[in-house]
Design a protein around this ligand. Sequence first.
Ligand SMILES: C[S@@+](CC[C@H](N)C(=O)[O-])C[C@H]1O[C@@H](n2cnc3c(N)ncnc32)[C@H](O)[C@@H]1O
Length: 263
Amino acid sequence: MGCGRKIGPYDCCTIITDDCLHVMAEIPDGIVKLIVTSPPYNNHENKRSSGGDKPAWRPALRNIEYGSFDDEMPEDEYQAWQQRVILEMLRIVKADGTVAYNHKNRIRNWGIISPLSWILPVANVRQEIVWDRGNSPQVSPVRFLPTTERVYLIGEGRPHFKPEHLIDKEVWHIPPAIWDGIPSFPEPLVERLIDALCPDNGLVADFFVGSGTTPAVARRMGHHFFGCDINSDMAERARERVRNTQPPLFVMQPEQLPLVGAR
Ligand SMILES: C[S@@+](CC[C@H](N)C(=O)[O-])C[C@H]1O[C@@H](n2cnc3c(N)ncnc32)[C@H](O)[C@@H]1O
């Protein structure tokens, strides 16, 4: 892999194994057009979310596990970490670029924790996409079934935005996806974000790359990509997925076609 271009010390169109903040610290300001990412949700307290001693969720459904990452931090540390991550992502995104940050409302102590509580103190949210997954394993005896997540479009100023998407609605009905046994972004969700927010040949990045949906879709659509994951097994699976993804075939423009009958 690698297209020959550089992103700071890293090769463009590669996926590396390392911590997101460590990686981003080496990346110059304003060179990424679009980040599509989904951090770990710090889900460990789902089991106590109804407020009692007993688990609210069936044990097998409590947490999504990503390799060796246990998704368990004190909540205030988690939010401070996410604020640092968002600020770094904003630093490396171009002025008309976007950070598409996927997260969800989590339920704790009979109330929700909205991701906006840590995003808005440090960043501007241009739009909140509601991603309706259509279903959920989070059945509880005391509330309606939560089936939605959010994609926050974060950035300063006027973004690049493709006019073809002007009448797309801000609620997206897209079923969840599993890739190679790993809960992952559905490809149509990433594809719509890239198509609307990234011009041709733009650089699309994901610093929590997981199964590699963002770089795989970016490659399939003919963009440059870059990604990292702290978990070496995940990073390798993402590399494998991207290796197996074909970039678009070169399409000849009319003036490049040979003239029939020309001498
Ligand atoms: C929610 S998953 C991402 C799923 C991804 N969107 C997909 O489509 O497969 C979060 C990923 O972040 C990784 N991760 C956790 N902490 C990290 C860190 N400090 N730096 C980089 N990656 C990290 C985990 O290993 C996990 O693969």
